[in-house]
Design a protein around this ligand. Structure first.
Ligand code: CP
Ligand code: NVA
Length: 307
């Protein structure tokens, strides 16, 4: 595995292997700590947008594995502005062993990967959030033992998180259904890929608009912000469109009794999710956030070829 840019680039066997590695590393860490598999290795973390989970989980992940992480803030690098992406990629490749980047345009992460001579990991772009999806799959697998045959439902904006979740669900055999308002669906090419992966694994991808219809028989209900980073000027308009898509206790009550609720966080409590649900018995929000750490440690050891 050279880079980790998108779920769509990895086979279901590779993704399942990453989950297995994550589970092993998680167990090891809980009973005394990980072996220093990344001793002497350095990760550059390039951020064009804010972060809590991605920054801290990658930094702690490197620390657990005996390596080192460098945080590079939006103000410092000015990717494509102060310096070209191709130059940033080649300069960083001379200093560090792996690069993780959070960018606005997906094309920027692809360019970084094209020019870097070290592995590049996508820490979120406007198109996808594959590290999040791997942590989500880990959380679902821990709950139900497998993703195969489960009904994974996404309620809200067809954004970066929805795309990566659809792709990992379809690759690992879960049925994926989204309910989004008209005009807020996922990109057409992402849907085509999702349908192809579902056909290969024997699952389904369904695209609907009614949140009540999609949560029937749901094992997992997932939601995310109505306004992603970079779309702030649309937030007033979106706040008028999205309220019927709120994940609240009434909606969760229409799903399977043992349904779990996921959210990549940060949550806008009172908008896409209520406090009652986020803090209620179906919520797995905080185990899910913790799983970013374990999933990304698996990605790091695999791209660096030490596991
Ligand atoms: N879920 C997620 O990526 O969180 P951050 O934006 O805080 O990194
Ligand atoms: N869809 C959100 C996810 C944040 C982790 C965004 O892109 O802002």
């Amino acid at each position: 595995m050279k880079h980790f840019l998108d779920i769509e680039n990895h086979s279901s066997a590779e993704l399942q292997n990453l989950l297995d590695v994550a589970i092993t590393l998680k167990k090891e860490q809980k009973v005394g700590g990980n072996a220093p598999l990344l001793k002497g290795k350095a990760l550059a973390m390039v951020f064009q947008k804010p972060s809590l989970r991605t920054r801290v989980s990658f930094e702690m992940g490197m620390q657990h594995l005996g390596g080192h992480a460098l945080y590079l803030s939006p103000a410092e690098i000015g990717l494509g502005k102060r310096e070209s992406i191709a130059d940033v990629a080649r300069v960083l490749s001379g200093y560090v062993d792996v690069i993780m980047a959070r960018v606005f345009e997906h094309n920027h992460i692809l360019q970084l990967a094209e020019w870097a001579t070290v592995p590049v990991i996508n820490g979120l772009s406007d198109y996808s959030h594959p590290c999040q999806a791997l942590a989500d799959a880990l959380t679902i697998q821990e709950e139900f033992g497998t993703l195969k045959g489960l009904n994974v439902v996404y309620v809200g904006d067809g954004n970066n998180v929805a795309v990566s979740l659809m792709h990992i669900a379809a690759k690992l055999g879960a049925n994926f259904t989204i309910a989004n308002p008209e005009g807020y669906g996922m990109p057409a090419h992402a849907i085509t890929l999702g349908q192809q992966f579902a056909a290969e694994s024997g699952s389904t991808v369904r695209l609907l608009t009614d949140p009540h219809e999609v949560v029937k028989n749901a094992d997992v209900i997932y939601t995310d912000t109505w306004t992603s980073m970079g779309q702030e000027e649309e937030s007033a308009k979106r706040e008028k469109v999205f309220p019927p898509y709120q994940v609240n206790a009434a909606l969760v009550g229409e799903a399977n009794p043992n349904v779990i609720v996921l959210h990549c966080l940060p949550a806008h409590r009172g908008q896409e999710i209520t406090d009652e649900v986020a803090d209620g018995p179906h919520s797995r929000l905080f185990p899910q956030a913790e799983n970013r750490l374990h999933a990304q440690k698996a990605i790091l050891v695999r791209v660096l070829g030490v596991a």
